[in-house]
Design a protein around this ligand. Structure first.
Ligand SMILES: NC(=O)c1ccc[n+]([C@@H]2O[C@H](COP(=O)([O-])OP(=O)(O)OC[C@H]3O[C@@H](n4cnc5c(N)ncnc54)[C@H](O)[C@@H]3O)[C@@H](O)[C@H]2O)c1
Length: 408
């Protein structure tokens, strides 16, 4: 599966990517950068990219450094020089592509949310489990876990610096839908996106809450709202959050905003808000976690900083202090610049590529797994169910832990 090169370079790991717009550009940067910054056991090779428009996919291959272009994702999955398939398309295609790639003997990285429904996510998690028996690995692209300050927050919580977690408070706010004339892109159509702010932004903050607290949500109480119910139909192609519309309008079939509370397995309380309707908030993912011995707070718009309060310190000098997460001993920082030379959004994708390559080389399950992605999907479904019943508390099915005896 891997080629060993005679010049002493690490063996190649051929990557094939499907979709080449917003996430396609971000992932390309991650794949190009990871091996230049980190000492990797395998060398990611950007073998081929797939899209549906021949001229556009060729241009994307040239721009982002892919050796070949395909106009059908099936042809990309079938290529001998592709050992890992990276899925950067809207949610309606994730399940079909991921399952086909795993069954074709490829490792898979799939963008979030894992799927558009629990049923699809279950099929993907089952395919990943079957593929695992053949040494194949699957991971979901919840890249915010790989912001160094977030990874460090997880480390502090796992080390017990906060004690038992009592509160998780997370908001993720953007404002690109405030304009009622922003066109009806796939992100506003249920058949393509599954849900709106909920699946787009809510999926990230549900994953972060469960990752940071180290435990699943067991129930939610939710409200959803669609403030602008009709928008101009798309004129031409959209990419990321850019699009232009025509004069005819069509129905918005997803939520603009989601607010919900939740309970974690330990009894800790969680509060969530996801909106694409918050003027002035561009990519404002903010979280605060309060434990019995301290608190942490994080703001993605100041992503090199982690605020930490140690409640054991004398009250007269205690308070939130700002940790600049750029020291070599902080997660991922050993390979980057000297302290204080800050990182940004794009670095999370290099960290994602690094972690997946290391997992593939060692044959260990990378996180977040498809099972983690499925658990997020169950929370999103419970949020929709609760919102449909005027916020009635709705349990989230949580699989029983694997008995210790059965663990490998
Ligand atoms: N991790 C993050 O921070 C983050 C940010 C934005 C989007 N996303 C996720 O990434 C995925 C893609 O979002 P995006 O913002 O890149 O969207 P986008 O609209 O910018 O790009 C989608 C790409 O998929 C292609 N595509 C669509 N259907 C296809 C098909 N059947 N076959 C081949 N190509 C197809 C489009 O041509 C385009 O290149 C979504 O799941 C989204 O939720 C994640």
């Amino acid at each position: 599966m891997e080629r060993t090169d005679s010049d002493g370079a690490p063996p190649a790991l051929g990557v094939g990517m499907i979709g080449y717009a917003f996430m396609g550009a971000a992932h390309s940067q991650g794949w190009r950068t990871a091996a230049r910054v980190f000492d990797l056991p395998l060398r990611p090779v950007l073998a081929a990219v797939a899209g549906r428009d021949a001229a556009a996919v060729r241009a994307a291959a040239h721009r982002h450094g892919w050796a070949a272009a395909e106009t059908d994702w099936r042809a990309l999955v079938a290529r001998d020089d592709v050992q890992l398939v990276d899925i950067c398309t809207p949610g309606d295609s994730h399940a079909e592509i991921a399952i086909a790639a795993l069954e074709a003997g490829k490792h898979v990285l799939c963008e979030k949310p894992l799927a558009n429904s629990v049923a699809e996510a279950e099929a993907m998690a089952a395919a990943a489990e079957r593929a695992r028996e053949h040494g194949l690995l699957a991971m979901v692209g919840f890249n915010y876990r790989r912001v160094p300050a977030v990874a460090y927050a997880r480390r502090l919580i796992a080390e017990g610096r906060l004690g038992a977690v009592r509160h998780v408070r997370v908001t993720y706010l953007q404002d690109w839908l405030v304009d009622p004339d922003f066109p009806l892109t796939w992100r506003l159509e249920r058949e393509h996106a599954g849900s709106g702010a909920l699946g787009d932004l809510g999926a990230h903050i549900v994953d972060l809450a469960q990752f940071l607290a180290g435990e699943p949500l067991v129930g939610v109480s939710a409200q959803l709202e669609t403030f602008v119910r009709e928008r101009p139909l798309l004129a031409g192609a959209s990419a990321g959050l850019s699009a232009s519309g025509g004069s005819d309008r069509g129905p918005v079939t997803v939520d603009d905003a989601a607010v919900f509370t939740g309970r974690l397995a330990s009894g800790a309380l969680a509060v969530f808000e996801a909106s694409r309707m918050a003027p002035g908030r561009k990519n404002a993912l903010r979280l605060e976690i309060n434990g019995e011995r301290g608190s942490i707070a994080f703001d993605l718009e100041r992503l090199n900083e982690l605020m930490f309060h140690d409640h054991a310190e004398p009250a007269v000098t205690a308070g939130f202090r700002r940790i600049l997460v750029t020291e070599a001993d902080h997660p991922y920082l050993e390979a980057w610049w000297p302290p204080g030379h800050a990182l940004g959004y794009e670095h999370t994708f290099a960290h994602q590529a690094r972690d997946l390559v290391v997992a593939v080389a060692s044959g260990t399950q990378p996180e977040p797994s498809f099972a983690d992605g499925l658990q997020v999907q169950r929370v999103l479904a419970a949020v929709e169910e609760s919102a449909g019943k005027n916020a009635v508390y709705t349990p989230v099915p949580v699989p029983a832990p694997v008995p210790a005896r059965a663990q490998v």
